[in-house]
Design a protein around this ligand. Structure first.
Ligand code: SF4
Length: 68
């Protein structure tokens, strides 16, 4: 089954409804409580936040591979 969310902005994986990163099933998401995910939304939110922190630190320190 596939799902296309009208709130999803694909160029940066942004949720226009929640004004934060799209993590399907997260609190406030149209899918929350209606779908079962292999990895719980709360865990994916934590992982996304941790990855953003790592990228921010890498940018701060000018680490290679940290993006632009
Ligand atoms: S978090 Fe949910 S409501 Fe927001 S864009 Fe993603 S799937 Fe849609």
């Amino acid at each position: 089954m596939s799902f296309s969310c009208p709130h999803f902005r694909p160029n940066d994986d942004w949720c226009l409804r929640l004004k934060t990163d799209c993590v399907p099933g997260r609190r406030g998401c149209v899918l929350a409580g209606k779908t079962t995910f292999a990895v719980p939304a709360e865990q994916r939110v934590r992982e996304r936040e941790e990855e953003k922190r790592r990228q921010a630190i890498a940018r701060l320190w000018g680490s290679p591979g940290a993006g632009s």
